[in-house]
Design a binder for this molecule. Sequence first.
Ligand code: ASP
Length: 353
Amino acid sequence: MNAGEDQYVVLLATGGTIASRNSAAAGGATVAEDSGEVLLQSTGYGSIPVKVVDVMRKGSYRLTFPDMLDICSEVKAALSDPLVVGVVVTHGTDTTEETSYLADLLHDDWRPVVFTGAQFAADHPTPDGPDNLRRAIAVATSRDAGGRGALVSFAGQIFHSAGVRKVHTTAHAAFDSPDSIPAGSVTGTGVVSMDSRPARFEPLPAPQTGDGVGFPRTDVVASYPGADAVMIEAALAAGAAGIVLEATGIGNANPVMCTAVAEATAGGAVVVTSTRVHAGPVVPVYGTGGGKDLLAAGAIPSGLLRPGQARILLQLLLALGMTRPLIEQHFHRRGLLVPQDSDALTALTPSKG
Ligand code: ASP
């Protein structure tokens, strides 16, 4: 903890289990109800002032890409005040990997943005939200946590958002980062230990919203034993400009899907191959409908990005109007999660204070 006088943390509340309770009005379902102020009170936290902004109150399973952009623009708005030392976003765990990655792609500031949430609702006998939030505030207050873009702080572990995944439906430790080292850890008393700071990619601009046209449709289509072309064709018929294939293994599909991918790319859609496997890179190796054939059909390997984050990157690049060669370059670089050599972003430095 090393914040100065007058400095403060901004808490952006968006909903999720951390804000949820069992609701009779919702037919006994668990729904997001608590305001950010209620969440903050539950922590009993008091060492640094926290300003609460209620951005939305939704289960993250129903967020849209524009919702996620709204959250990111609230992050930017919060950081426009130099007295803000960092931002905490309380968010449903289901899609934390998507929103935190989008926030990371757009983040152009040294100060940390820390996502957290809960596995057990606010009215559970032993909710984990208050402890997670207390720790996330400590991370947002830590100078060591700066320069790393968006982070996910959960159950004492801190992850870089690129590559983070929800890996358990019910366990306290809901997240992992199978292809990169964790960013650090934070104790229950708020002692933050960060690992070495990796280089960052240059931030991308936020696409313009509110033009009424909407963003290019970007779908995820799974490959599985016996999968055919129907879902790819359906995505294209619905107007998809981008498709992320949730392929099997190292990034394989089958001959029928490869033909559909070739037709999709010939028609101008951008197809990215990711995988349903937990860890490891997508590598074009196999023929007869495998990854080598997908590459020949025009699909871009996602590297280490899993379908959720690959879809966010593809959606963002399409929304920014990028051409296919540029999209390919971005996946080639950002699919590695951290920059290699000269890719490194060096422009951001800590501000004074
Ligand atoms: N289980 C989820 C959560 O942690 C539900 C959601 O993502 O909103 O909040």
